[in-house]
Design a binder for this molecule. Structure first.
Ligand code: NDP
Length: 488
């Protein structure tokens, strides 16, 4: 049965259910996944929700400006709301320095915007889960969400605000040296490139911003622009003049990223006009060539466009399945601004509330449902011990019988900071079976050199005094537990 047939059946189920339940909703929704965009009365049997555990009115997936604004509105409407934050809590603004176009503030740090938004939403008590979504069953209602941490949530409505991820070049060497000289986060990794020469690839606002973030550290930054002009806004371009160690090289593309087996040592480039190849000796390649929407998890069941952006209906944020809404960079291929994402998140929060109202979920019904509401027992983790020197590391190894896990982080790396409490919980659970340490990569020079850390977060696993595994990405709780189980 394909998804179109499934939704046809679902629609019939809703109609039958309505007859039984008495909750008949007169509101019309345009449902794109039903064959040939048929308009039909949205009718849901609300009793279906009464016996479902871990119930929420609104599940927000993502914690960037769109997700948190949606959560602010939904929870302020007194809807039981959960925010499944994802691995990059706070989204792309967490990797930005100053923002000058966030309404209401002349100049504010990106992470500060997110902190304020989080605090504001938290006043209305949504549940925040440091977890990621593994799957959603769109054919059921309530929608069934399974998370990486093993939780099953039943959601009466879902707001997808998963944002977008940085694009990769696809050039030879990129994958091999990912996290070992090739990266996408200057604000996280710039301190590793003190007095080194690096390239930033791209000509948009992100590329200019990355170059500026690198300027206080790197000796020379070359912005490699494939065309004849920067695409970045004039205001961003004009800022480049203040940094003598940033140069722009036009008509230049990377053909290959080269290294010595351990780290990037240079790039082979080609001039688009003359086709002349040349080589640049650099130790860092920072990619800023645009973004791809994070919609892969939903693309089979929701309508998306050719580039993967979730399609929304008219002036609403409604996706192609009833009760599902999308907001932010996962659906907006036009504006791609944090402020617009927040606005769309607000719309999605209002849409979700209206959807629930249209289903008959009023205060009386909320009370009936409340016995099944999702509650989360907060797990308290232990404070991870810190390692700073080689000598302390040698002591921590002991006789090598207990695996040692090192979590390299920096205070400017949002996904690192998000992982620390999760690691604390895991450390508590595996107390005595594995030793987990945090290592501040800006302080622990000896350990950074020993383990050749050039990107955070970086997880190093030592078993029997030997390097057993290395991960250059943020890991969720389940992945961390799997990792420990493997080494045990
Ligand atoms: P953009 O899509 O604006 O720019 C992408 C850049 O990467 C372009 O210069 C493009 O070249 C280049 N590019 C794409 N693919 C390749 C490739 N394979 N090889 C080499 N170069 C490539 O993305 P951004 O992430 O810069 O910006 C996205 C949005 O976010 C924009 O709306 C921007 O204004 C906004 N933003 C705003 C900021 C701020 O206001 N402070 C900061 C950062 C982003 P070409 O031009 O030839 O296509």
């Amino acid at each position: 049965m394909n998804h179109i047939q499934r939704y046809g059946l679902l629609a019939c189920g809703f109609l039958v259910g309505a007859a039984l339940s008495g909750y008949v909703v007169k509101r019309h929704y345009c449902v794109n996944s039903v064959p040939e965009q048929v308009q039909w009365s949205q009718v849901v049997r609300v009793q279906n929700a009464l016996d479902k555990p871990n119930l929420v009115d609104v599940a927000v997936i993502g914690s960037g400006p769109a997700g948190l604004s949606a959560a602010l509105y939904a929870s302020r409407f007194a809807r039981k709301t959960v925010v499944i934050e994802g691995k990059n809590r706070g989204g792309q603004l967490m990797e930005t320095s100053y923002v000058e176009n966030w309404p209401g503030f002349e100049k504010i740090l990106g992470p500060e915007v997110m902190e304020k938004l989080h605090e504001q939403a938290a006043r209305f008590h949504p549940l925040f889960l440091a977890d990621t979504v593994e799957s959603i069953d769109f054919s059921a209602w309530p929608l069934v969400i399974k998370t990486n941490d093993g939780l099953t949530i039943h959601a009466l409505s879902v707001i997808i605000a998963t944002g977008s991820s940085p694009k990769k070049l696809g050039a030879p060497g990129e994958q091999e040296y990912w996290g070992r000289g090739v990266t996408t986060c200057a604000i996280c990794d710039a301190p590793f490139y003190k007095d080194e020469e690096v390239v930033v690839v791209g000509g948009g606002d992100s590329a200019v911003e990355e170059a500026i973030q690198l300027a206080p550290y790197a000796k020379k930054i070359t912005l490699l622009v494939r065309g004849t002009a920067l695409r970045a806004s004039q205001v961003m371009q004009s800022r480049l003049a203040g940094y003598p160690n940033i140069v722009v090289r036009y008509n230049t593309s990377i053909k290959q990223i080269l290294g010595d087996g351990v780290h990037v040592t240079g790039v082979d480039i080609v001039d688009a006009k003359t086709q002349e190849p040349s080589h640049m000796r650099v130790s860092g390649v920072f990619l800023a060539i645009g973004h791809t929407p994070n919609s892969a998890l939903f693309a089979r069941d929701l309508q998306v466009d050719d580039a993967g952006y979730i399609k929304i209906a008219g002036r609403s944020q409604a996706a192609s399945v009833p009760g599902v809404f999308a907001a932010g960079d996962v659906e907006d291929y036009v504006y791609r601004q944090a402020g617009v994402a927040a606005g769309n998140g607000i719309k999605a929060g209002i849409d979700a509330d209206r959807f629930l109202t249209a289903l008959g979920i009023d205060a009386r019904m909320e009370e009936a449902l409340s016995k099944n509401y999702l509650t989360i027992a907060q797990k308290s983790g232990k404070e991870l011990p810190k390692l700073e020197t080689l000598a302390a590391y040698e002591t921590a190894l002991g006789d090598g019988s207990v695996p040692v896990i090192l979590d390299f982080y920096t205070d400017t790396c949002p996904s690192c900071l998000q992982m620390l409490p999760i690691l604390g919980v895991v450390a508590q659970e595996y107390d005595g079976k594995a030793k987990i340490f945090k290592v501040d990569a800006e302080v622990a020079d000896e350990l950074v050199k020993k383990f050749l850390v050039y990107r955070v977060p970086c997880i190093i696993v030592i078993k029997n005094k030997e390097l057993a595994a290395r991960y250059n990405e943020a890991l969720g709780k389940k992945e961390l537990v799997d990792l420990i189980e493997q080494v045990l």
